[in-house]
Design a protein around this ligand. Structure first.
Ligand code: ATP
Ligand code: MG
Length: 392
C-alpha cells in the first residue's frame, strides 16, 4: 500500500541559511542508509519536505529500520500517493485506507487536509468536513474527536495527493555532518560506543582511535573494536578507525614509572596521541566513554589529571550516567552484545593492584620525566605506524 515515506524533522534551530545545510545532510544520510536496503529509492526535497519514494518493490521493515537510524528524523510517515482523479475517487481511497489501517480497534480521528494546489475545486475546510463524514459513514469503528484524536488522517493535495496517518518515531538529533567532527577513543567496552553514538546524534561526524597492545591484546580484541565501530557507523556513517600499536609505550611506562600511576600516565599518553589523529583528521574535539567514579581512573581527580594534557575540548557524554543507564543505550543501539564479549583490553593487563585514585599532578609529571629520553619518538612512531580501517 505504501510507496513513499514523508520524513518529519524538527524545525527548531534550522531557520534561515542553516535549513538547507540541515536538509541536504539529512538527504545524504538517508540515501546512505538506504543503500543497504532491498529496493530502489529516490530521496527528494520538495517544498520544505523530504520524501523517500520507492521506485521498485522494497522491503518495508528494512526500510523503516534503516530510517530509524538517521539522526535528524523526528518521524517517519508511511504515505499513500494518489493521482488526482477528482473528489469521489479520493473519498473512496481515503475510506479504503482507513478501513485497512484501523480495522481491528475502534479509534477516534480527526481529518487534516492541506490544499497546496489552490486550483483544487474544494477548500481544505470543505474537504475536512466531507471526508470526515464519508469516513464516519463507512467505518463504524471510527469516531471524531477534534481535540485529542487517536489518529490524525492527513491528506495533502499537491500535484498528487498524499495520504498518511502513522508517525513512526525517528531517533531525533541532528543530521551527521552538520556539526563538525570529533575523534572517539573507542575501546572494546560498553561505554565508548555509546559515547560515540551520543555525540554523532548531535550531528557530529566521528572518527575513532583504538589503542591495541599485541601480543597482550589479541587479534580478536581488535576485531571486536572494528565490529563495534561498524555498529556505531550504522548511525554515524563511515568511521575511519585508527588502530595504534601501543605495546612499546605501555611497556616503557611499565618499566620506568611507579605501578600505581600506570593507568593515569598511560591514559595521558592515549589522549595526547588521540589528539594528534584528531588534528590530522580536522576534528574539533575528543570523545571518551568516561563516567565519574566508575573506576579508579575516572574519579574527579583522575579525570582532571588526564584532561590536563589535552588542548582540545574532551566530550564525555556519559559522564553523569550510571552503568545501567549506559547499558540501556548500548542495548538500544545494539552494541551491548558485542561489548560484553570477553576479550581483554590493553588497560586491564597493565593495571596495578592499587591504582592511585587521587593522583597528584606534580607527582605524575615527575614520573613522566623518566620517560623523556624516548617517549616523544615513540609517540611519533605510534602515529606513523597506525593502521586505518574504514568501518561502515
Ligand atoms: P569502555 O566501556 O568504553 O571501555 P571503561 O568503563 O572500560 O570504558 P576505561 O577502560 O577506564 O573505562 O576507559 C575510559 C575511556 O577511555 C573509554 O570509554 C574510552 O573512551 C577510552 N579508552 C580506554 N581504553 C581504550 C583503548 N584501548 N583504546 C581507545 N580508547 C580507550
Ligand atoms: Mg574499557
Amino acid at each position: 500500500m505504501f510507496k513513499a515515506f514523508l520524513i518529519k524533522y524538527a524545525e527548531i534551530a534550522i531557520k534561515g541559511k542553516n535549513r538547507y545545510i540541515f536538509e541536504d545532510a539529512l538527504v545524504d544520510q538517508i540515501r546512505h542508509v538506504l543503500k543497504e536496503v532491498d529496493g530502489e529509492f529516490s530521496v527528494v526535497k520538495e517544498r520544505g519536505r523530504i520524501y523517500v519514494y520507492a521506485d521498485s518493490e522494497f522491503d518495508y521493515d528494512e526500510t523503516i529500520e534503516a530510517l530509524k537510524r538517521v539522526f535528524g528524523i523526528f518521524g517517519i510517515c508511511p504515505t499513500v500517493v494518489l493521482e488526482d482523479k477528482g473528489y469521489e475517487e479520493l473519498s473512496k481511497e481515503v475510506v479504503a485506507y482507513v478501513k485497512e489501517m484501523y480495522k481491528d480497534e475502534p479509534k477516534t480521528f480527526k481529518m487534516d487536509v492541506r490544499r497546496a494546489k489552490k486550483s483544487y475545486p474544494m477548500t481544505s475546510m470543505e474537504m475536512n468536513a466531507q471526508l470526515g463524514g464519508d469516513v464516519l459513514d463507512s467505518c463504524p469503528n471510527m469516531k471524531v474527536d477534534v481535540h485529542e484524536p487517536d489518529v490524525m488522517i492527513h491528506v495533502e493535495v499537491r500535484d498528487k495527493i498524499y495520504l498518511y496517518s502513522e508517525v513512526i518515531p525517528g531517533p531525533g538529533g541532528m543530521p551527521v555532518g552538520t556539526n563538525g567532527k570529533a575523534m572517539l577513543l573507542l575501546s572494546g567496552g560498553i561505554d565508548s560506543p555509546v559515547a560515540g553514538y551520543m555525540i554523532a546524534k548531535r550531528g557530529v561526524k566521528i572518527d575513532a582511535v583504538y589503542f591495541h597492545a599485541p601480543p597482550y591484546t589479541s587479534e580478536r580484541a581488535k576485531q571486536k573494536v572494528v565490529d563495534l565501530a561498524k555498529l556505531v557507523a550504522k548511525y554515524s556513517g563511515p568511521i575511519h578507525l585508527h588502530v595504534v600499536n601501543f605495546t612499546d609505550i605501555q611497556l616503557y611506562i611499565y618499566e620506568k614509572c611507579p605501578h600505581e600511576e600506570l593507568t593515569i600516565i598511560m591514559r595521558r599518553y592515549m589522549m595526547k596521541i588521540a589528539e594528534e589523529f584528531a588534528k590530522k583528521d580536522g576534528c574539533l574535539g575528543l570523545i571518551t566513554g568516561e563516567s565519574i567514579g566508575q573506576v579508579a581512573s575516572q574519579t574527579m581527580h583522575s579525570l582532571a589529571a588526564t584532561n590536563e594534557v589535552c588542548t582540545m575540548p574532551v566530550f564525555r557524554p556519559v559522564i553523569g550516567f550510571d552503568k545501567q543507564e549506559i547499558v540501556d543505550v548500548a542495548l538500544k543501539i545494539n552494541t551491548y552484545e558485542t561489548s560484553i564479549l570477553p576479550f581483554e583490553d590493553c588497560c586491564t593487563i597493565f593495571v596495578a593492584k592499587h591504582p592511585v585514585t587521587k593522583p597528584n599532578l606534580k607527582v605524575i609529571k615527575r614520573s613522566e620525566e623518566k620517560l623523556q629520553d624516548k617517549i616523544e619518538e615513540m609517540m611519533i612512531q605510534a602515529v606513523e605506524t597506525a593502521e586505518t580501517i574504514v568501518c561502515e
